[in-house]
Design a protein around this ligand. Structure first.
Ligand SMILES: Cc1cc2nc3c(=O)[nH]c(=O)nc-3n(C[C@H](O)[C@H](O)[C@H](O)COP(=O)(O)OP(=O)(O)OC[C@H]3O[C@@H](n4cnc5c(N)ncnc54)[C@H](O)[C@@H]3O)c2cc1C
Length: 405
């Protein structure tokens, strides 16, 4: 990234997740000063993996972090859809080196803790003291020339711009748009990682695999450190009330096994051999019409929380971060508003695609299973095994580092 015309500007970034850290690094690369203000006393991530698609890796490469990430990540050879019970492959698209050739960046699987640490180490190396922990923010105040983050302890911190990267329950989004309640999507997700050594012959294929089922699906993939990752999504009435949105924590192995009773041994072994069984209620929010208010802007889940069924939530936070840093460095702050709002069209389309995947991955009964699987098989045959890759071109080909789009 070239140097900025506004070297002394200071950004307050609320939230030290993937979006907040990435945003800090993108702004530092443009010569900004940054202060990340995080509510948690320590930076930690759930023990789970994450898929990073080429559109996200392009930004990591632009930040000079591509090699560090590739060194600890796993490169899947294919993207597959399988029947959850028989395990039969319904559709398969090559990934591996094809992704690099097609999109100029690989598709990678990485442990979340490793990704966070790579981002945090880069931030600390470039700006020691930029990360501020244990500081919950309750809102902001602004005037014509500056903006202040208001902390729960009564303190105020001033800057030139404030970026709300504070996730699905964002207080910054609530102040910009008015109270917006996340909606329970009717799905819970089981999340676990398991050492491959425990799995014997039930090691998942070296692919990004979706296992389709009735009212549920599973996703399996390998991480770069001898671990397999499992996400199991189950339609469920729980939780009964939206007040339970804080709910996520440990479930039991028995409950997870019951959810996937009769499924392929690769799926059930992952559940059986895992030490911890994280259970999450999946929330999302309808697309917001507004992401800014003067000197306050939002990005990542704060702006466009979505179902994880297209593995793009973090990728969108990463794209947002790069674009926002470019715009803030090339324009006066007020001029950024309308340009940045163009992102809403792309993220809303991806939110819709994630919802559509739920309908694709889950069948209601035997007839809908046969109908869906047959049409996927035909698409796979006709396209010569590239149907799912072609269908995702509009997501993966979008390189925000090449041009503002
Ligand atoms: C099961 C599952 C699987 C997923 N898989 C993928 C995948 O494979 N690929 C992908 O791209 N995405 C995936 N996602 C989505 C991805 O995890 C999120 O989109 C991403 O983590 C959002 O990052 P963020 O930084 O915007 O928000 P968050 O990660 O929620 O971070 C927000 C941060 O802000 C802090 N914070 C909140 N409120 C305050 C406050 N008031 N004051 C100060 N700090 C505050 C929080 O403590 C947190 O650190 C998945 C999600 C789920 C649930």
């Amino acid at each position: 990234m070239p140097e900025t015309a506004y070297p002394a500007m200071k950004a307050l970034i609320i939230g030290g997740g993937i979006g907040g850290l990435c945003s800090a690094l993108c702004l530092l690369a443009k010569g900004w000063r940054v202060k990340v203000i995080e509510q948690a006393p320590v930076i930690s991530e759930i023990g789970a993996g994450i898929q990073l698609s080429p559109n996200a890796i392009q930004v990591m490469q632009a930040l000079g972090l591509g090699d560090a990430i590739k060194a600890v990540a796993f490169r899947p050879v294919a993207s597959q859809m399988r029947d959850g019970i028989s395990g039969k492959v319904i559709m398969s698209s090559p990934m591996g080196s094809q992704m690099q050739r097609r999109y100029g960046a690989p598709y990678l699987h990485i442990h979340r803790a490793k990704l966070i640490h790579i981002l945090l180490d880069a931030l600390t190396a470039q700006s020691p003291g930029a990360m501020n922990l244990n500081m919950p923010v309750i809102g902001y105040d602004q005037d014509e020339v500056s903006i202040k983050a208001k902390l729960a302890n009564g303190e105020e911190i001033g800057g030139d711009i404030l970026i709300g990267a504070d996730g699905i329950k964002s207080v910054i989004a609530n102040q910009i748009c008015g109270p917006i309640k996340p909606q329970y999507t009717g799905n819970i997700a089981w999340r676990m990682t398991v050492p491959l050594a425990r799995l014997g012959r039930n090691i998942p294929p070296p692919a990004a695999s979706v296992w389709m089922g009735q009212g549920k699906h599973a996703v399996t993939y390998l991480l770069g450190d001898g671990l397999a990752n499992f996400v199991g999504v189950v339609e469920s009435d729980w939780p009964q009330s939206d007040n339970d949105e804080d709910w996520c924590g440990l479930g039991s192995k028995e409950e997870a096994l019951a959810d996937f009773d009769g499924w392929h041994p690769i799926v059930t072994s992952l559940i059986d051999k895992s030490d911890t069984h994280f259970k999450w209620a999946l929330y999302d929010r309808k697309p917001l019409s507004r992401w800014h208010d003067g000197r306050a802007v939002i990005l990542g889940d704060a702006a466009h929380a979505m179902l994880p069924f297209i593995a793009q939530g973090a990728a969108m936070a990463i794209e947002d971060s790069y674009i926002l840093a470019q715009l803030l460095s090339a324009h006066q702050i007020r001029g950024v508003e309308s340009l940045y709002s163009h992102r809403i069209a792309r993220t809303s389309k991806i939110q819709k695609a994630a919802n559509a995947n739920m309908r694709l991955f889950h069948h209601e009964d035997e007839i809908s299973r046969i109908r869906k699987q047959t049409s996927l098989k035909i698409a796979d045959k006709v396209s010569g095994n590239a149907a799912s890759m072609m269908a995702l071109d509009w997501i993966y080909r979008h390189d925000v580092t090449a041009a503002l789009q």
